[in-house]
Design a protein. Structure first.
Length: 145
């Protein structure tokens, strides 16, 4: 059974899912926090994603997720080339965040080089594995080893 229940043993002879809306809502909020979160005037993308999500060919993708700043869309996935991830990002334009970061927890090793819209990019916080993003839409190429 794939639901978040409370006191399941009490209802084991009954049928149907016994869950409460607050339990299910907490799960949805936690998943959202993994994918996008606001911290004051800063927008964080993918700050809680596990490394293993970026090992799959599909990677992760978010479309028009509503934030305090407006809708955000992004994808982050391997390119098929060893040691390279690619991200397509569309930041909110309604009320742009003062700063926006993409956290790229590369599957193995550390970030070695980043290019944003085809140009070398140096605004990287290696400790947090975070890349500061320019406003608007971006294509980010992340090389790691």
């Amino acid at each position: 059974m794939n639901i978040f229940t409370e006191e399941y043993r009490m209802w084991r002879h009954a049928s149907g899912p016994f869950y409460k809306s607050p339990d299910e809502a907490r799960f949805v909020h936690r998943l959202r926090d993994v994918l996008v979160r606001e911290e004051g005037e800063t927008l964080w993308l993918a700050s809680g994603t596990p490394r293993r999500w970026l090992e799959t060919p599909e990677g992760i993708s978010v479309e028009r997720l509503i934030t305090h700043f407006g809708p955000v869309s992004y994808s982050l996935k391997p390119t098929g080339q060893p040691g390279v991830l690619e991200a397509g990002i569309e930041l909110p334009s309604q009320r742009p965040a003062a700063k926006a970061y993409l956290v790229a927890r590369v599957p193995k090793g550390r970030i070695r080089a980043v290019a944003v819209n085809g140009k070398p990019w140096t605004r990287i916080d290696a400790q947090r594995e975070a890349i500061e993003l320019p406003p608007g839409s971006s294509l980010v190429r992340i090389e790691y080893r």
